[in-house]
Design a protein around this ligand. Structure first.
Ligand code: HEM
Length: 463
């Protein structure tokens, strides 16, 4: 594999410190209206029950409103697809980084592609994109099936268990193989990542986050004890590959190990650390897989249709619609954020440079003008109409749209296919599960409680 070249890191255009406007009386006319309560109370609303909080604000203030959230700042939240289109199609240099999940900054590090400013962001993105597209994707299909099948065979039968952590095991195993190649995953990394995920998802810590802010998390000594082993292991693996010259593999670690900047120097360890942690902390895919089954088990006729279509050999149609409908109703990320580098005219307002605008995935996905009966789980709607670029946005949009959108959907389709081919699932809870905040995404509050049993059809065929 030829080594990729990146521009030498230097001062960044988009990274100039800009004054974030504060909502004072004098400035109120510049930003759309929004709740007037103190930012500490808005932080509690946002952290405890973010989705009802967004819905209440939309009912009161309409499709564009401003939130002021302690430890985060001001967000102009957008629920009108036209406004969202304007943001996603703005020139890359007009927009800078703004993350919705305050944990991401300290967790991923400022040299992650997700947090780089232009023009560096674009060249890093171009380096990473081929790993999640085209031929590479085909080579992942067999591997995902194999990982899922092995995992499912170890699931308990005829007793309740939580699906979400089981899905985390599958997505972690898959991404480890994508990043390090099928035969060279570093020893101990799986367990280290498990410990890190468990630490981040601790309900007590997530509850304290809005009160104390994300910087507090990284100052906590126990955070270092779970993060440092992960950092040490991934960097040791890159050093090993560089020293032994074994960077010819097709995997991401090999590609990063030999990538150089414009002046010929290799990627720094800080850049490597941040990029690898970004890829390895894939939370949304496992969460969504838990949601798929949570929804399907409450709509048995949809589950039956899906099983029938899979049995008839249809790999894409209804299965893809089920994935899309789950992502519409239970998006793992309810908003995406951009920081304006230049002023922007939007919805009758002139938003000054420095404002953070937040296309709202959750609200646009529930717009009854786009999705009739928006609260009903009806995958058929995606067979009738294709997903709209600015109305179906679980992966965000524009030049910062998730680089792994196709990969994540492929992975979900293959895991669902394998689960339904191997076992029967029934739900344990009578009530639907509610979205609750986890470290990276919004997960089902009962963690997807199910009971698995041997497939009746498969068992009948075997006997
Ligand atoms: C179903 C699963 C996933 C969902 C719902 C999801 C969602 C998102 C969202 C909402 C963004 C921000 C987009 C924006 O700001 O417009 C994003 C960015 C990103 N995601 Fe994903 N993601 C998923 C899986 C993954 C996986 C598996 C990986 C890699 C292994 C990944 C890597 C990234 C990266 C690197 C970015 C930053 C892209 C950039 O800034 O150019 N995502 N994702």
């Amino acid at each position: 594999m030829d080594c990729a070249q990146l521009p030498t890191p230097g001062p960044l255009v988009g990274a100039q410190p800009t004054q974030v406007p504060r909502l004072s009386r004098a400035h109120k006319t510049e930003l759309p209206d929004g709740p007037g309560m103190p930012s500490a109370l808005q932080a509690i609303g946002w952290s405890r029950r973010p989705l009802p909080f967004l819905e209440r604000c939309q009912r009161r203030y309409g499709d564009i409103f401003t939130l002021r959230i302690r430890h985060i700042g001001n967000w102009v939240v957008l629920a009108d697809p036209e406004h969202i289109k304007q943001v996603f199609t703005a020139e890359p240099e007009a927009l800078g980084v703004g993350v919705a999940n305050t944990l991401l900054g300290p967790l991923l590090g400022d040299r992650s592609v997700m947090l780089l400013e232009e023009p560096e962001h674009m060249s890093r993105r171009r380096l990473m994109l081929p790993q999640f597209h085209g031929e590479r994707m085909e080579s992942y299909t067999r591997m995902i099936d194999e990982v899922a099948r092995d995992a499912i065979r170890a699931w308990p039968l005829d007793e309740p268990f939580e699906l979400w952590p089981r899905m985390q095991q599958i997505t972690l195993e898959v991404i480890m193989r994508v990043v390090f190649g099928e035969s060279a995953q570093p020893d101990g990394l799986r367990e280290q990542l498990d410990r890190l995920t468990e630490w981040l998802n601790s309900p007590r810590r997530l509850a304290l986050l809005p009160l104390l802010g994300p910087r507090w998390i990284v100052r906590d000594p126990s955070y270092r004890t779970v993060m440092e082993p992960v950092e040490r292991t991934v960097l040791a693996e890159i050093r090993r590959r560089r020293q032994s010259g074994s960077t010819e593999g097709e995997d991401i670690a090999s590609m990063l190990a030999c990538a150089t900047y414009g002046d010929g120097s290799p990627m720094t360890e800080k850049d490597l650390r941040d990029e690898l942690i970004t890829l390895l902390s894939d939370g949304p895919t496992a969460t969504l897989l838990a949601w798929v089954f949570e929804r399907l088990l409450r709509y048995p006729e949809k589950l039956t249709r899906l099983r029938d279509e899979i049995a008839s050999g249809d790999q894409e149609g209804y299965l893809d619609a089920v994935v899309k409908e789950t992502m519409r109703l239970c998006p793992s990320v309810p908003i995406v954020v951009r920081r304006l580098v230049k002023p922007l005219e939007l919805g009758g307002y002139t938003l000054p440079a420095g404002t953070r605008v937040a296309p709202c995935v959750h609200l646009v996905h529930r717009n009854p003008r786009v999705y009739p009966d928006p609260l009903v789980f009806r995958p058929e709607r995606f067979l009738e109409n294709p997903a709209g670029t600015y109305t179906w946005i679980p992966f965000g949009g524009g030049v910062r749209r998730c680089i792994a959108a196709s990969y994540a959907q492929l992975e979900m389709r293959r895991v669902i296919h394998t689960v339904l081919s191997e076992i029967d699932l029934t739900s344990v809870n009578v009530r639907s599960e509610r979205p609750t905040r986890s470290a990276i995404a919004f997960s089902p509050d009962q963690r997807g409680m199910v009971i698995a049993s041997r497939r009746r059809v498969a068992a009948a065929q075997r006997s």
